[in-house]
Structures are given as structure tokens and as C-alpha cells.
Write a protein that binds this ligand. Structure first.
Ligand code: PGA
Length: 232
């Protein structure tokens, strides 16, 4: 089965030249993955026909919110998706669970499909509290979200980002736990250390429907190798 592949560019690209080179190299594969570029470069990708996700959006449509990105504006520029609650925005932008809930509600209201990122720290894992932590995140982040059909859950253990994934058994256990918390079928993605080397083994996990990829998704050669494995 074909997987959902999201390339999260974070803030890796910092020049128009490098973005245009990436677009040129990846345009042949544009229907096979979703790109989450820096919000500044979003329109370059939608104009080139890519499936585009914002990296984050704010909880309000418009107003006196300096430095924020409007979900409505992202939709207007052609984004169909948004990441919300990535561990880097939770940490660097001090996003709390309630703010993330507001962002999810506003994104859904504006017709964006949400990749809601959740994941535990090394400390929470070591204390054996991963499942209860993830359940709490989901409970608060999705509170009063009327329509859950456009919410995809991206499980990203914080300690594996930029590092090595957990074992397949651990990931599958968490993915099936997340699925058990919903009344309907929900897509669960995995993120953290997905690259052209780890992907073959990750593909054996039954309950994973896709991947959120950071570093490797910025390198066309690596991303193409991943797509060759995941888009059969
Ligand atoms: P990584 O990042 O693939 O570089 O580990 C994943 C993510 O943060 O989305």
C-alpha cells in the first residue's frame, strides 16, 4: 500500500536558489509526497503543483498576531495540510496543549487537514508513562474538535528526532494504542530518524500509515530512495 510521506523542511532551506533546485529535482515526484516548506516558500511549491502543508498555523484567522501564520491565508495560497504541535514548535515557541487545541480547531474550520504531532520525551519514556502522556496530549489537543476526519496523528518520540527510531515493536504498540483511542479509523504516521536506511525496516510495521521526515526529506536523493520503497 502507498504510504503518506511528508517532508518537513523545518528551517533547513535559507535561499531561493536552494528551494528552486529542490523543486526542479523533486517535481517529477510531486504527486508522491507532501512537502512542508518554510511558510515563506509555500507559494513557490503550490505554484509548481506540489501537495503542500504549512509547518504551523495560528489559532486565529487574522488580527494583531505579529509573526503568526493564518490558516486561512495558507489555504488561500494553496496549502491543503498543516503540521500542528511539532515538538520543535512546542519547545521553541512554548506552545502549550490548549494553544495547540486552538490551532487544530482553527485549521479544521479553514478546511486544512492536520498532521497533529505528539510524542514523549526520554524522561517520560524512562518513567514508563508514554501511553498516558500521549492520551493526555490527544485529549487536550483534540478537545471540542467536531470533525476528526481530517486529523492525522503523527507519532514522533522527541528523543528519536534527528536520531534513531524505536524498535518496530515499540512503534507498532504505540500506533495501535493511538488507533484504539478513536471510534473511527485514524491515520497514524511515524516520525523521528526516518531516512533512506531506516525506511526498509520501518515498512514492516503493520499499523503505520505514513512518515513525517525531517533531515532526509530535504535531500532529493535520499527522499527519492524513500519514495521508491514506500510508494509501491
Ligand atoms: P528527522 O525529523 O527525520 O530529522 O528525525 C523528524 C521530524 O522532526 O519531523
Amino acid at each position: 500500500m502507498e504510504k503518506i510521506v511528508v517532508a518537513n523542511h523545518k528551517m533547513y532551506f535559507d535561499s531561493l536558489k536552494s528551494v528552486n533546485e529542490y523543486i526542479e529535482k523533486m517535481k517529477e515526484y510531486k504527486d508522491k509526497f507532501i512537502v512542508a516548506p518554510s511558510n515563506l516558500y509555500l507559494k513557490l511549491y503550490t505554484d509548481a503543483g506540489f501537495n503542500v502543508s504549512a509547518q504551523n498555523v495560528y489559532a486565529k484567522d487574522s488580527g494583531a498576531y505579529t509573526g503568526q501564520t493564518s490558516a486561512k491565508a495558507a489555504k488561500d495560497l494553496g496549502a491543503k495540510y498543516t503540521l500542528i504541535g511539532h515538538s520543535e514548535t512546542r519547545s521553541y515557541l512554548k506552545e502549550d496543549e490548549e494553544l495547540i487545541n486552538g490551532k487544530v480547531k482553527n485549521a479544521v474550520k479553514n478546511g486544512l487537514t492536520v498532521f497533529l504531532c505528539i510524542g514523549e520525551s526520554q524522561k517520560t519514556k524512562d518513567e514508563g508513562k508514554t501511553k498516558q502522556f500521549l492520551k493526555k496530549q490527544l485529549d487536550v489537543n483534540l478537545k471540542d474538535v467536531d470533525d476528526l476526519s481530517n486529523i492525522y496523528i503523527s507519532y514522533e518520540p522527541i528523543w528519536s528526532i534527528g536520531g534513531v527510531p524505536p524498535t518496530n515493536e515499540e512503534i507498532d504498540d504505540i500506533a495501535s494504542y493511538i488507533k484504539s483511542l478513536f471510534k473511527h479509523d485514524v491515520h497514524v504516521l511515524y516520525g523521528g530518524g526516518v531516512n533512506e536506511k531506516s525506511i526498509t525496516k520501518l515498512e514492516e510495521i503493520p499499523n503505520i500509515d505514513g512518515y513525517l521526515i525531517g533531515g532526509a526529506g530535504t535531500d532529493p536523493e535520499k527522499l527519492i530512495k524513500i519514495l521508491e520503497v514506500t510508494q509501491k
